[in-house]
Design a protein around this ligand. Sequence first.
Ligand code: PXG
Length: 438
Amino acid sequence: MDETARPNDLETYWMPFTANRQFKAQPRLMASAEGMYYRSGDGRKILDGTAGLWCVNAGHARREIADAIRKQVLTLDYSPAFQMGYAAVFEAASRVAALSPGDLDHVFFVNSGSEAVDTALKIALAYHRMKGDGARTRLIGRERGYHGVGFGGMSVGGIAGNRKLYAAMPGVDYLPHTFDLARQAFSRGQPEWGAHLADELERIVALHDASTIAAVIVEPVAGSTGVLVPPKGYLERLKTICDKHGILLIFDEVITGFGRLGAPFAADLFGILPDLLCCAKGLTNGTVPMGGVIVRKFIYDAFMTGPDSAIEFAHGYTYSGHPVAVAAALATLEIYAREDLFNRAKSLAPYWEEAAHGLKGAPGVIDIRNLGLIAGLELEPIPGKPGARAFDAYRKCFERGLLVRQTSDIIALSPPLIVEKAQIDEMFGLLAEVLKTC
Ligand code: PXG
């Protein structure tokens, strides 16, 4: 037992999105991490099947990032975010924009995915107002969408459990989610069935009228709710309908950004240009909280009107473009480029798909979904105990040295992009063993 890893008091810390009492009765503690592995508090090596929480794309303990962070704290630890700047933050914005497709060429920095989403929604609303279209206040999300926990993101999100205790914002409507087990089970990559579900947007437009709708926000691949891969043609149709009605399309790429799908962004992979793109997580390899909203030129330009002395967008955070986060981001983007990690993910994706679908027929597995370096396994729920089987698998995997992600009866995997084929085999091999006991 590493003594530094043993807390003296588990009670005081109120843990986020955690079954606190269950956890504190049987804690799972991490002590350190390097490369593809965590080390647990009790000294076991744990293979990281989830890149932390979908964020450590370049693997753990990257020296270049640590060095950059240390140097930055000693050079310029903080610089006022408003009405002032420093060189590196402009550099970071340029690099992120250069990585983004099309004319997604201006970047607003924030500190998390939730802030990226709330910021994007505000930009969308303000954009229409700037254009004299102030009646466009309605936002369209999607069932089973996850857009973080801010009031905006929660409100456009479609997870009942995340909303039921709070008053979600009014003026939001929802597309149906795109998952249908009977029609899509065991699809490899994008399902064939379901593109027509995008046409539901036409129904929503007909109901509310386009003149009241500001934006549609979707995750290109829904991550948190269990890896829902968009049906072939679905996102294309969504984009066409948005354009037709002057509705802004927001891609929430907090999970899909920075190589997860074998391309810089899902927008690249699918060849669809959203008007705004939210990112976070992989931007700093998970080391320092940071996110961003990347917007197309016409949106930025719409704000750059009025007197020069006016603040064009009344929004921002004390830590927008924080120097330490920016240093981490620059070092991270450098690693992604130097090690060509997005292409590495692309070239590993077929092997990943094969390995994931090798679990077809394993006990309790009713669906396997995948895209890029993401996989989701859906398990047959134990009657009357939703989520219990997958949680059992999650716990047993951890005990046997593999970190996976569990949500309801779904196990999700999303390893760092440095994963080796042997480690992919190890992940799915161990999962197969564990599933026999769940
Ligand atoms: N949008 C998307 C698509 C996300 O996946 C957020 C916004 C919010 O980001 P922040 O940085 O505010 O948490 C997310 C976050 C999981 C899991 O296990 C997923 C997220 C966070 C924590 C756990 O699926 N996604």
